[in-house]
Design a binder for this molecule. Sequence first.
Ligand code: SF4
Length: 103
Amino acid sequence: MPELKCSVVTCVHNTQNYCELDAIEVMGNTANISEETSCGSFVEIKDNEYKNRAKDASVTSEIKCHARECKYNDEYKCYAGKINVVGSSASRSDETECATFKK
Ligand code: SF4
């Protein structure tokens, strides 16, 4: 499983730039550049949900990925050793992206 670093601090699943989910889905069926990908597992955090989280996020996550043009994609799975999801001020999924995408 790839190491998943994520700077989307506006997501409810983000803990100190890691993702607490064991598996995420990256979107981008027709993506040719990283900006055309997005994290399909993004859920915007609400004001009253900001809190110090006791839970530790694991460093790795299973990545189901629809960006089939990416060189790390094989049969909808990501085989990059490490990926970076970015979009620090995102309020919607399509404002996030997999910055590791490479055509
Ligand atoms: S590196 Fe490529 S295959 Fe892996 S999640 Fe990002 S876009 Fe998908």
